[in-house]
Write a protein that binds this ligand. Sequence first.
Ligand SMILES: *[C@@H]1O[C@H](CO)[C@@H](O)[C@H](O)[C@H]1NC(C)=O
Ligand SMILES: *[C@@H]1O[C@H](CO)[C@@H](O)[C@H](O)[C@H]1NC(C)=O
Ligand SMILES: *[C@@H]1O[C@H](CO)[C@@H](O)[C@H](O)[C@H]1NC(C)=O
Length: 192
Amino acid sequence: MKLINAALLWWVAISIAMPSAYGSVDQSPKAVEKWFKELRHGEEKLTKLHFYLHDTVTAKNPTTVQVAQANMTSKSPTLFGETVVLDDPLTVGPEPSSKIIGHAQGIYSSVSQEGYSQIMILNLIFNYGKFNGSTLSLLGSNPIFNEYREMPILGGTGAFRLARGIATEKSYAVNVTTKNAIAEHHVLVLHY
Ligand SMILES: *[C@@H]1O[C@H](CO)[C@@H](O)[C@H](O)[C@H]1NC(C)=O
Ligand SMILES: *[C@@H]1O[C@H](CO)[C@@H](O)[C@H](O)[C@H]1NC(C)=O
Ligand SMILES: *[C@@H]1O[C@H](CO)[C@@H](O)[C@H](O)[C@H]1NC(C)=O
């Protein structure tokens, strides 16, 4: 386990966990249309997010469930074909007891026969602070033994309408027995 980066936590505390000044964004069709019409006056901004994803495979209440695999998956050294659905909490710090600011909901499948790599199809759904009710959609390749895994953010909703960006994932702690893992995420996103 690594030491918690106090400066980063402080940054997160002020930039993500700050109570919302304007509440959640109106998602009615009329409000969305108005937003698009006003877009040309809007300036793109860069938002940085930092959080930890807790992937709990083995526990009384796991956050992931294997939903499919092929006959050959159990014989494959890379678990080719294994498909998992997840609803993992996102927290400010790496401790499981840390403040939850959202969830990563989606699917990953083992898609490589050579190295161990997953395709990640995730919605990052924020439920706290400035981005409460807003989401980001991530689609990318996650070769989990690489130190950093860069994955595209393809869009978003609410405060993140028309967002694009990059999420960088790094394993923070992995228990090889339980397969429970904590991953650190840095997300840089351009939005209006
Ligand atoms: C997978 O294994 C099951 C049980 O051994 C077998 O009945 C089935 O035909 C196999 N499916 C394929 C696609 O090989
Ligand atoms: C997030 O937004 C929902 C819906 O507007 C609200 O019920 C909830 O209290 C908010 N949560 C926080 C922590 O601001
Ligand atoms: C992994 O989890 C098992 C079961 O909870 C525990 O006994 C073990 O100490 C853990 N290993 C590490 C390195 O934390």
